[in-house]
Design a binder for this molecule. Structure first.
Ligand SMILES: [Zn+2]
Length: 662
């Protein structure tokens, strides 16, 4: 079982057995494989701890490399307090603190640390002359066979500036220097093996391994990245073990025959649904999540295309979920452009076509800082983008996702000299893009986090704020409202009006478009692009309001805000109730023809029977059954719902490297 990542080819029994994991957020299982979840994860750890086949082998040691207290659905309520019982149940021996563990302040971290029955380590981050959050710099463990193992915790400098609650006078010390100072002491105290638990990007762990004398540290168990990676650098094994209770590494270590150093065999395990949940752990998880659960399971829409939120994608390139969420921001606030740091997108999975549940939205967009709207000069937009691209190819959350912009950059150029060209959407003609004008002011929807200058965005702090953080909506709320207004995500693959308006590309006439989609209805793609509108609605064919406003006026925002206040954030209404008429285009025929019905039927089957009944049957037949109420008690029919057109989540060349643009 599992995937052999590395084997030194030794067949003697191991001298030490370890488990490593990092970056865990959601204690519940997800709906996609590997489903993860703390209860299954604990079950697998217990297997390696107790199973008959391991009974003659040394006892298991478990290492965690940080990021557990935030962000997650639960953490927004508990500030991380739900996590210690889970971490204790796993049986961790030593952990390194991660950036998100400090999201609710170093004091909160220290308080939670008292609830944990294992030490949190950080040897190179100091506040008021002590390791931050009452961390210990190092610890010494002893295996059941009496082998002493020294452990040191080290973190990178880069993420410190991303944590709101860490004060500016925090002191970071060079990781290699601190290791060279502290590890010899561990060796003197009898450590035969030294493990570094780190919370740093892979390139920084590699740098650390290169900067330490060979044999100082035996293995670096890293976190912060969410991908799985193993390498041996300068004799040091470097490992990161995936994320989110979905993966772990099981390691067996053997003393090298030379007597110097260790061979680490590494087995990767995915936490798949065939692993039985541990009963005790499942009870803890259920108690913690029970109250939230029912609400979170409510479907709010269907995605007809896979939405790719993997870190390896959203942090290195334009992604469809990034484009989509930026489009929603831009659409909602009627701005010239939208820009968000891809670190906003936390899902780290592909949301396959099918139901979108509230929990998917909150898993993917858990942050609690709202969207804001600012006025920003072309010159500053370039500075923001330079900052956004400066860490490529590291998987940094500052990589941008945008709307209303076309960008070409050179990832091989020197940092801060990478932006090659930027053009901005033209308000009068959505298909047209114009070169960015440096001294022109543009309206931009972005995240409060960025506007406050986090992650190198200081240049945004003095921009004029049009929609402030007090009145801005959370990304998750915007998306929930969007789905409520739309019910089904996606659009006819070639519906020209709305998708053009948001995502300008040359397209054919509507009639042709429907025929095209219908003729391809046997393929996954055409279903994937299908978007259902209620045939009777008069909203069909209307343009989104943004097209009628070349700039956003404060009056318009006052109106928007007034409406939010009046109706509360979770109004069961579409995003826009603008009654502006379309510009001389014929509305889509309200008649459901045979070809269209075929697509509806396919989609219905794909999305499951119940959903089909709710989303399609109801909408088409006007059924009014109580059971079909959505999260806000709204029904899946046309009564009281002004259906509008969809924004297509697709990748379309908004961000290109020079090579791609050539
Ligand atoms: Zn992290």
């Amino acid at each position: 079982m599992g995937e052999v990542i590395y084997s030194a080819g030794r067949d003697t029994p191991p001298d030490v057995r370890l488990i490593h994991f990092n970056d865990v957020y959601n204690i519940g299982a997800s709906s996609r494989e590997p489903v993860g979840g703390a209860a299954r994860f604990i079950s697998l750890v217990k297997h390696y701890r107790r199973a008959e086949e391991f009974k003659d082998l040394p006892g298991l040691l478990v290492f965690f490399s940080g990021d557990a207290y935030n962000p997650s659905l639960e953490s927004t309520v508990t500030k991380g307090k739900h996590m210690p019982p889970i971490l204790n149940a796993i049986g961790i021996d030593a952990a390194c603190a991660g950036n998100h563990d400090f999201d609710y302040s170093p004091e909160n971290f220290a308080h939670l640390g008292k609830l944990c029955d294992f030490p949190w380590l950080t040897a190179n981050l100091y506040l008021d002359g002590k390791p931050i959050g009452d961390c210990k710099p190092t610890t010494m463990l002893t295996t059941t066979d009496g082998i002493k193992i020294g452990v040191i915790g080290l973190v990178e400098e880069e993420w410190i500036a991303t944590v709101n609650s860490i004060p500016p006078d925090v002191e970071w010390r060079d990781a290699a220097t601190v290791a060279k100072e502290l590890v010899p002491k561990l060796r003197e105290e009898g450590a035969e093996m030294v493990i570094c638990v780190s919370h740093a990007r892979e390139p920084n762990d590699i740098k650390l391994a290169k900067e330490m004398p060979e044999g100082l540290v035996d293995i670096i168990l890293g976190g912060h990245d969410h991908h799985y990676a193993h390498e041996i650098v300068n004799g040091v094994t470097i490992l990161r073990s995936g994320t989110d209770f979905k993966n772990l590494s099981y390691l067996t270590a053997r003393r090298r025959p030379t007597g110097k150093g260790w061979d680490f065999d590494v087995l990767k395990r995915d936490i798949t649904s065939d692993i039985k949940e541990d009963e005790d752990a499942a009870k803890i998880v259920n108690d913690l999540t029970g109250a939230l659960k029912a609400k979170m399971e409510k479907p709010i829409g269907i995605t007809c295309v896979p939405l790719d939120s993997r870190f390896t994608v959203v942090r290195t390139q334009e992604s469809n979920i990034g484009n989509f969420s930026c489009d929603v921001m831009r659409y909602f606030y009627n701005t010239d452009c939208a820009l968000m740091a891809s670190g906003t997108i936390r899902g780290d999975v592909i949301y396959e076509p099918g139901l979108i549940r509230i929990k998917d939205i909150l898993d993917c967009f858990p942050f609690q800082d709202p969207c804001v709207v600012i006025k920003i000069s072309g010159e500053k937009i370039i500075a923001v983008l330079e900052n956004a691209f400066c860490k490529v190819p590291a998987l940094e959350g500052r990589f941008p996702q945008v709307s209303g912009m076309r960008i070409v950059y050179d990832p091989d150029a020197e940092p801060f000299k990478r932006v090659v060209s930027v053009s901005m959407g033209c308000a009068q003609d959505p298909k047209h893009y114009e070169p960015l004008v440096k001294d022109k002011l543009y309206t931009m929807a972005t995240r409060d986090y960025m506007q406050r200058g986090k992650e190198g965005n200081e240049m945004m702090t003095d921009c004029e704020v049009i929609v402030s953080s007090e009145s801005g909506l959370l990304m998750s709320t915007l998306l929930r409202q969007y789905f409520l207004s739309l019910k089904i995500l996606g659009s006819w693959s070639t519906h020209p009006r709305t998708s053009d308006a948001i995502n300008p590309t040359p397209e054919t006439s509507t009639g042709q478009a429907i025929n095209d989609a219908a003729s391809a209805s046997s393929s996954e793609d055409s279903i994937a692009e299908a978007f259902i509108e209620h045939p009777e609605t008069q909203q069909i064919g209307r343009r989104p309001p943004m097209l009628h406003h070349s700039t956003c006026t404060s009056q318009r925002f006052q109106r928007l805000q007034a409406r939010h206040k009046e109706k509360g954030m979770l109004e069961d209404e579409p995003l826009s109730q603008n009654n502006e008429e379309q510009d001389g285009e014929n509305p889509v025929s309200p008649v459901v023809d045979e070809a269209t019905q075929k697509i509806l039927d396919n989609l219905k089957r794909k999305a499951g029977r119940k959903w089909g009944r709710l989303a399609l049957g109801r909408g088409l037949k006007g059924d009014t059954e109580e059971s079909s109420k959505d999260e806000l008690g709204g029904r899946w029919d046309h009564h009281g719902l002004n259906w509008c057109k969809g924004i297509r989540p697709r990748v379309e060349g908004r961000i290109k490297t020079v090579k791609e643009a050539a």
